[in-house]
Design a protein around this ligand. Structure first.
Ligand SMILES: CCCCCCCCCCCCCCCCCCCCCC(=O)SCCNC(=O)CCNC(=O)[C@H](O)C(C)(C)COP(=O)(O)OP(=O)(O)OC[C@H]1O[C@@H](n2cnc3c(N)ncnc32)[C@H](O)[C@@H]1OP(=O)(O)O
Ligand SMILES: Cc1cc2nc3c(=O)[nH]c(=O)nc-3n(C[C@H](O)[C@H](O)[C@H](O)COP(=O)(O)OP(=O)(O)OC[C@H]3O[C@@H](n4cnc5c(N)ncnc54)[C@H](O)[C@@H]3O)c2cc1C
Length: 661
């Protein structure tokens, strides 16, 4: 663990950086993990897994064929699954660690361990959970979540796969009527899984009841052959995550028992009678919890990237800051600090906010089990917003970190390219970001309209109702900046709603007016979510009980986060009149001071993320800072370096060279 390693064994620059640490690193690590006990358990699991040679890669993933990449990751993940069973480690516990970083190129069991398991927990009846839960836990059944089709991912109501109930046999008939009805994308579905939760349009008693989840066995549990009536395969190379065998699936009048409809929220009786759920969107529940999980998952990618880039920036010397003086660490350049430090702050802001949403999720789930769905829209809004903003910020942050490492950041061995391809996938999957931000906006507009009419609105949007008169913020304290976010968000919602109404008054129908305002609506969704994150970050920092040094650094990080996002979004603040041009100049000056102060703590701050070298897997970011030796050693692994003269010379280059002689 970084904090107890001491200074020995690392390059001089890092030793010096660490010697200046002004806070208790362990306290910060505990905050990020969510508590001391969780840190202890995480380290136990990571020690157990990282010490195991079975997870070592003999050849870097990038040199392997598509099939060998897949086979390697399946070997590792099966070993991981066996070790988890042996040591009694649950999927949830695995989620608190970064152990899946040992899989370099995606996790073929990822969907099984997340969405499939969560769908059984959240959508299956207790009887169905007894039937499949244990089999899934033992990995006898390996499942995925098959919702997206070639023709429709975003628009779930547009799914074409049908599940038609046949009361004579008490079965559903699953069918893919068109090419666009082909299920397309589910992780692990191509070759790994033998089952899936399939979302299909439920037809019973001659009526379509909309998309519903079904448990479907896809392969023979003994031979692993695809069952008759089903066509399965892998969809081919992707930008990243190439070992995840994302698959395609088609049904040809494939029959499953009636009791395979997941029946926690809605049921079909033997005679075909349909029993409605208490809320029509309860069958979308698995996506909600996964969105929170993904928010955390992509921040972990950002934490890796910023650890790599910060350590590298302390080791790398380039150019002259003062003519004639030795080349400084690139971390001395203010522009470099601006590239890195706000992303260190982001890790805290996003993790703490995602945790807040996770606790709302816990409460709402308990409410739903008691028949109360009042808070579901709020949870949908929060989880959509946090997923979208976290994916966007993490992806931009990872890319900035890559650029901050110059040429070496472009090397696969830096790990930054693969961190980027996995982070950016989170912008698309589990609800495309724009679409999710529009869902947030939908809720904001609806709540604002209700508030104007004096109707009650839920807590996270009650500020829209209060809508304080626009005034210039007299001071620039943290509280004032959070309030400025709130006021600007309320003001943007008000302005956008007025535009929407104006277009409707001019004769446009509501959907077209909505579309005409949708660029602004996405901004509403984003600004509201940013306000939520700022508010959560500040209140977590204010209430946390830690030593003075740790509190000091957290306050400084929180301040940087607020100032950074206020200056980045300055148009909103100027437009709403919450901040003046003079305020923004003051904040920009303060930003310079904050960067200079935090620069001294940059390396200890990323050390506090406590990411082991095996899990960071980077030539540029290892704890000891031996960047150049590692880069050289990795280059030697290139298969082209096995011979001095490559085969291509004899086949192509030599004839070319000789011909021109
Ligand atoms: C530190 C704490 C940590 C704790 C964390 C905990 C850890 C545990 C987790 C572990 C995981 C780790 C991660 C592992 C990695 C996994 C990898 C995943 C791979 C990716 C898998 C996938 O990629 S899998 C496919 C996902 N594919 C979508 O994501 C489709 C998007 N598309 C839609 O989601 C709908 O299509 C869309 C747009 C809403 C419209 O839906 P629609 O057309 O039916 O609805 P409308 O727009 O007409 O809206 C009508 C009204 O429904 C309301 N409403 C809509 N949705 C609602 C909802 N969910 N709940 C309530 N209300 C909802 C709406 O707000 C309206 O309300 P109102 O009328 O009152 O205004
Ligand atoms: C790596 C990866 C893994 C995945 N894993 C799974 C899985 O395990 N299971 C599964 O079921 N699916 C999975 N998916 C699919 C994923 O959920 C969908 O790709 C995602 O929901 C987006 O849907 P789409 O591809 O149909 O995009 P589209 O909806 O076609 O988006 C294309 C563009 O249209 C825009 N757009 C669409 N609708 C609107 C609108 N209403 N308003 C404004 N703009 C709009 C979008 O913003 C985007 O710019 C995965 C995808 C990826 C990339």
């Amino acid at each position: 663990m970084a904090g107890v390693k001491g200074a020995a064994g690392c390059v001089e620059e890092l030793r010096r950086e660490r010697a200046g640490c002004s806070f208790n690193m362990e306290e910060l690590t505990n905050i990020l993990d969510g508590g001391k006990d969780i840190t202890t358990r995480r380290r136990e699991i990571e020690d157990l897994m990282c010490g195991d040679p079975a997870f070592k890669d003999e050849v870097p993933t990038e040199y392997l064929s598509h099939e060998d990449r897949y086979t390697t990751e399946v070997r590792k993940v099966c070993h991981l699954a066996r070790k988890m069973a042996q040591h009694n480690i649950s999927s949830r516990e695995l989620g608190i660690t970064s152990v899946t970083n040992l899989l370099r190129d995606g996790n073929p069991l990822g969907l099984h361990q997340s969405m499939f398991t969560n769908a059984l927990l959240g959508l299956a009846s207790p009887e169905q959970q007894r039937r499949w839960g244990r089999l899934a836990q033992n990995n006898t059944i390996i499942g995925t979540y098959a919702q997206t089709e070639m023709g429709h991912g975003t628009f779930i109501r547009g799914l074409e796969t049908t599940a038609t109930y046949d009361p004579k046999t008490e079965e559903f008939i699953l069918h893919s009527p068109t090419i666009t009805a082909t299920k397309w994308w589910p992780g692990g579905m191509g070759k790994t899984c033998n089952a899936a939760i399939v979302m299909a349009q439920l037809h019973t008693q001659d009526e379509c009841r909309g998309p519903h989840p079904f448990f479907v066995q896809l392969r023979d549990l003994d031979t692993h052959h695809t069952l008759p009536g089903i066509t399965l395969g892998e969809i081919g190379p992707r930008l990243g995550l190439n070992s995840q065998d994302n698959g395609y699936l088609r049904f040809d009048h494939y029959r499953i028992p009636r009791t395979n409809l997941l029946m926690r929220h809605s049921q079909v009786l033997q005679d075909g009678t349909y029993i409605k759920p208490i809320h029509t969107k309860l069958s979308y529940g698995t996506m909600i919890v996964t969105r929170v999980g993904i928010a955390v998952l992509c921040v972990k990618k950002l934490a890796c990237a910023v650890t790599i880039a910060t350590r590298y920036s302390a080791v790398r010397h380039q150019s002259e800051l003062v003519p004639g003086e030795p080349e400084p660490q690139i971390l001395e350049y203010q522009t470099q600090q601006y590239k890195l430090l706000p992303h260190i702050a982001s890790v805290y802001a996003l993790i703490l906010s995602a945790r807040s949403v996770a606790s709302v999720h816990g409460k709402v789930t308990a409410d739903i089990s008691r028949g109360n769905v009042d808070f579901l829209p709020e949870l949908h809004t929060l989880s959509s917003g946090i997923k979208a903003v976290s994916a966007q910020d993490s992806t931009q942050g990872v890319e900035t970190c890559r650029l901050a490492c110059g040429g070496h950041g472009y090397m696969a061995s830096s790990r930054l390219p693969s961190l980027y391809t996995s982070a950016t996938s989170c912008i698309t999957l589990e609800g495309e970001n724009t679409v999710l931000l529009l869902q947030v906006a939908r809720y904001l507009i609806k709540s604002y309209r209700a508030a104007v009419k004096g109707k009650p609105v839920l807590p996270s949007v009650s500020y829209l109702a209060a809508s304080p008169p626009v005034h210039h913020t007299p001071e620039l304290s943290n509280k004032a900046l959070v309030e400025a976010f709130r006021t600007s968000s309320a003001s943007l919602v008000r302005e956008t709603e007025a535009n929407l109404q104006r277009l409707c008054d001019m004769g446009q129908n509501y959907p077209h007016a909505w579309n005409s305002c949708s660029v602004a609506l996405v901004r509403c969704g984003e600004l509201h979510t940013r306000y939520y994150i700022c508010e959560r970050f500040l209140s977590s920092v204010e209430s946390v009980a830690v030593s003075e040094g740790t509190k000091g650094i957290l306050v400084c990080l929180c301040r940087l986060y607020l100032v950074y996002h206020v200056t980045l979004n300055q148009g909103h603040f100027l437009r709403s009149g919450t901040l003046s041009a003079a305020d923004l100049s003051t904040l920009e000056e303060e930003m310079s001071d904050l960067l200079a102060r935090l620069r001294k703590q940059a390396v200890p701050l990323v050390d506090a993320f406590d990411i082991r070298d095996e899990l960071l897997a980077s030539t540029l970011g290892a704890w000891d800072g031996r960047v150049y030796e590692r880069l050289y050693d990795e280059a030697l692994k290139s298969p082209l370096n096995k011979t001095d003269v490559p085969k291509a010379y004899y086949k192509y280059l030599r004839p070319l060279i000789k011909a021109s002689l």
